[in-house]
Write a protein that binds this ligand. Sequence first.
Ligand SMILES: [Ca+2]
Ligand SMILES: [Ca+2]
Length: 168
Amino acid sequence: MASLIQKIPLMVLLLTGFVWLSEGQFCTKCPDYWMKVGEYCYQYFGNKRTCHDAENICNRIGGDLPSIRNEKESNTIYQLWKGLVNHPTQKESAYWIGLRDTNQENKFDWTDGTPVDYYNWQPGQPDNWQNEDCVEVRNVGNNDYERQRWNDKGCSTARAFFCRMPLN
Ligand SMILES: [Ca+2]
Ligand SMILES: [Ca+2]
């Protein structure tokens, strides 16, 4: 019995260390209200915002508008969106992504700093019609592949959006 009592401080120490490791250094959970998909946490905002408001909201809660770096990532975000909205085939139910050409016309950058080496434009886009500098996944087309394609859009347009943060 005495030896068990002597071991209690060691057990507490080990338990504390385990909790610290599981919640800190090796965190694999998303914060409350975020959805874990692959190596990222996503939060969807169905209330439509201008592109810059959407970006500010994401930054305030510790994320960014998503960058889309390949076909697989495009499909991941599209399928997530499709599972969240009530009318996924409704025209113009588009959502912002973090692509911009606000600094220099036709030179697009991701707001999270990711290098731009993948594009998925709709045919005829980007057209900068009436000075469009933000980018939406337009959700127009006959199938899931076509609905993932992008359109440059006026930044003051209100759109739904995702925020994304990497898992620690
Ligand atoms: Ca533009
Ligand atoms: Ca356009």
